[in-house]
Design a protein around this ligand. Structure first.
Ligand SMILES: Cc1ncc(COP(=O)(O)O)c(C=O)c1O
Length: 398
């Protein structure tokens, strides 16, 4: 592991536990970014040779992602991030006034914003799927059944909740929705690169994620998987096989695969760098072994934090992902995150709802990283003792 970690400048001299925000870039990935841009310059931007290189990179990126996700490259659209992918999927539904969108209670603000704009634009209604930490799959499925109505057209949800680390029973939820003719649109920002994924088997209609978090790729890379084609809504020349005006009318031939949603000029060299990052991750054991290591580390952290007086993990059950969310009684999460970064070079983040701290544990995380965070939180509590009334379990006595 130390040979592997040494490749990441962002992991040196700090305790990095914010992979759910942004993954660090390795020296190889940084070089691949520079090499990609250099290659375009050498071949000539928009020259025949340059265009051939771009086509080859687009093809290679989808090939690599298809292999990682267990789906055909033709089902993939390259998008700049998770939110663009979710926009394509949600705007691609042929909404009519009175239709309903079911949104999980834990969606990221960007997805909530899409829902609000769809509501205003098409006169649809929004329903909310209630969620609570550690809810058993049967409870979630019962709530899903209770919230779906005849006019529900789509369910939008995250596979892994960004605010608690819960993994939702996606395969079962997607199967239920399919049986009711409801599309499942999945935000995979916190699941891709963590859970070993087989998207064809999961059965969701749309699954979007970014390269810049758990996959350790550059910002500006992402992908959308679509089980079946949708209406293109926001389009451009990259989605076309040809287009012109004939007798004053637009005549366009669309690509017959996921590239129909790719709009226009993009930062193509980043795709080569993302592929390089994926290849590098894959040098470290199998996806399942990486997932097992990450879960074991995260669960170890959760248990150690729980032993500090006044520290309460959001989840009480063993973790099935790398997000460790917790509160420190009497301490504001944003202030704690800022203090840890500035005073101790420990990077974690605050979450607004539930108001808590979130440490993201990757397979790159070490025991020393965990020990440093536990020690820092314990020292914080020691320095500013938690008022007895705020220690969990003491409330009843006050
Ligand atoms: C669950 C979830 N969805 C969406 C996003 C936004 O991701 P992106 O910038 O790739 O659109 C995040 C980022 O933190 C997230 O955690």
């Amino acid at each position: 592991m130390s040979d592997h970690r040494i490749q990441f400048p962002g992991l040196q001299g700090r305790v990095y536990l914010n992979y759910g925000g942004q993954g660090p870039l390795s020296e190889t990935t940084l070089r691949a970014i520079a090499d990609g841009y250099r290659q375009v310059e050498l071949l000539g931007s928009y020259s025949h040779a340059g265009n051939a290189w771009v086509q080859q990179e687009l093809h290679a990126a989808k090939q690599t992602l298809g292999e990682q996700l267990g789906v055909s490259p033709a089902t993939l659209t390259l998008a700049e991030n998770t939110t663009v992918g979710c926009n394509i999927a949600l705007w691609g539904i042929d909404w009519r006034p009175g239709d309903r969108l079911l949104l999980s209670a834990w969606e990221h603000p960007g997805i909530v914003a899409i829902a609000q704009v769809l509501q205003r634009r098409f006169g649809i209604a929004i329903d909310v799927l209630p969620l609570r930490p550690d809810a058993p799959p049967a409870e979630i499925l019962a709530d899903l059944a209770a919230q779906c109505r005849d006019t529900t057209r789509a369910l939008a949800l995250s596979h892994v909740a960004w605010n608690t680390g819960d993994v939702l029973p996606l395969a079962e939820m997607a199967a239920f929705c399919r049986s009711r003719g409801i599309r499942t649109v999945v935000d995979g920002a916190q699941s891709a690169g963590v859970l070993p994924l087989d998207l064809a088997a999961l059965g969701a209609d749309a699954y979007a994620f970014t390269g810049h978090k758990w996959w350790l790729g550059p910002q500006g890379t992402g992908v959308l998987y679509l089980r079946q084609p949708l209406q293109p809504t926001y389009v451009g020349w990259r989605g076309l096989d040809g287009g012109h005006l004939a007798e004053g009318q637009p005549q366009v031939a669309w690509h017959q695969d996921g590239s129909v949603f790719e709009v226009a000029t993009s930062a193509y060299p980043l795709l080569a760098a993302w592929r390089s990052a994926i290849a590098e991750v894959n040098t470290w054991d199998t996806p399942y072994a990486r997932y097992q290591r990450l879960c074991a580390l995260a669960e170890n952290l959760r248990q150690r934090l729980a032993q500090i007086p006044g520290v309460t993990p959001i989840k009480q059950q063993p973790l099935a992902t790398g997000l460790v969310c917790f509160t420190v009684a009497g301490h504001n999460p944003s202030a704690v995150a800022r203090h840890l970064e500035t005073a101790q070079q420990i990077c974690i983040r605050a979450i607004p709802d539930p108001l808590c701290l979130r440490a993201s544990v990757h397979y790159l995380t070490t025991e020393a990283d965990l020990a440093a965070l536990v020690k820092a939180i314990a020292a914080l509590v020691e320095k500013t003792p938690v008022p007895p009334a705020l220690v969990p379990g003491n409330q009843a006595s006050t």
